[in-house]
Design a protein around this ligand. Sequence first.
Ligand SMILES: [Zn+2]
Ligand SMILES: [Zn+2]
Length: 297
Amino acid sequence: MNGSTAALPDEMKCFICRSKGEYGIGSRPVPDVGEGEVLVRVLAVGICAGDAKCYAGAARYWGDDRTPCYVEPPMIQGHEFVGEVIKLGQGAGEMYGLSIGDNATSENIVPCWNCQQCLQGRYHLCEGERSHPHVVFNSVLNFFRCSPSCVWLASDMSRLALRESAFAEYMKFPKGAINYKVPKSIPAWQAAFIEPLACSVHAVELGSVQFRDTVVIAGCGPLGLGMVAAAKLKNPTCVIALDLYDWKLEVAKKCGADVVLNPSHCDVVEKVRSLTREQGCDAYIEATGHPQSVKQG
Ligand SMILES: [Zn+2]
Ligand SMILES: [Zn+2]
């Protein structure tokens, strides 16, 4: 169904990144929607570790001798979101199966739908040109660079177009975006976790976890905990969760970890060997973001 609800304001409040560590409340025009576009009222948005690193001025975002800057301030970040559909451009309702009042989220990459990679579903490798780039919601490049589930390789960063995202009252899903209706039974604060959870599930899929495996998930932040839950659903012999904080390990147990180990209390490598008849684990998934954990794996 097309159409709109009550009249929208002209301006919206948003949280704007102006420079390293310089963020603040500002205002922007409420986006209008054209053909195939969706406007949502943002209900909830998560703060990614990447958002925090960007705020802190990390070189991987702002550049240094070796890394080009890719942040384009002033910009609105926020890529873990859910919103209520309040306006549908022509054809958008039919295109995405959305109606006014639905809750919805959208994949972070908007494919160009033109190139061979996008047409084969590998839109993270989009070969779209700058004149017809694929779009990435701001800050999602964290996932290209530092995420525990970092498996995407952008073939050419200059082909990406960052667009304004969810740290705002309203947000537009552009034409061609991959949008999903979110059941109202999922509270907004939980639905904002759909995007990070999808990354966790993806990482576990890449681990090709088998029934007889011992799986180690290093790091029990939100991503790691999602991996623990996803790995458990694969029904391996044993899921072992590692973290330096015991309270996080308690949450990992609730998420399905069979064994939890705190590297500050024990020799984790030795312990995993002893649990696996000296074989070691079959899959090790790094979710701490710390180089030491990679070596340990
Ligand atoms: Zn994120
Ligand atoms: Zn493409």
